[in-house]
Design a protein around this ligand. Structure first.
Ligand SMILES: [Zn+2]
Length: 135
């Protein structure tokens, strides 16, 4: 038999078992499970749901993983989709903050490629938020 059984722990007493077919695929499998089974509510800005995974036969080998929960994109009142156009790009840590504006409704989408998760302290994550144009 190939593959390995893993335990997913939500850190609050909830556990689930899952199976990863190949070494190195367990994090992706765990993320899939979280996205499917957890009630993840998008907020105004990207946040990160965190959990721990460990081989089912070796609970001490556990490590933390996280799943990005992006805010829902507001619908564009004009066109079917927003017509994004880049309006600014500034450096932020080891990444950039990229601002796009919709040519149709003026909504701005701010992407930070050097966001950090306040809970895990992990840096270099990507966060998104939508901002109404105030001008
Ligand atoms: Zn738009």
């Amino acid at each position: 038999m190939t593959g390995q059984r893993w335990t997913l722990d939500d850190g609050e007493g909830g556990e689930a078992q899952f199976f990863s077919a190949a070494p190195g695929e367990e994090e992706a499998a765990a993320r899939e499970l979280i996205e499917r089974d957890w009630q993840l509510t998008p907020e105004g800005v990207t946040w990160w749901a965190t959990a721990w995974i460990a081989p089912a036969d070796d609970p001490h080998e556990r490590r933390r993983i996280w799943v990005a929960v992006d805010p829902e994109e507001p619908e564009c009142p004009g066109e079917e989709d927003h017509a994004w156009r880049q309006v600014s790009l500034t450096g932020h840590g080891g990444g950039v903050i990229l601002t796009d504006a919709c040519e149709s409704c003026c909504l701005r989408r701010v992407t930070d490629t050097w966001a950090h998760c306040p809970e895990t302290g992990v840096q270099g994550l990507e966060s998104i938020r939508y901002v109404e144009d105030e001008s």
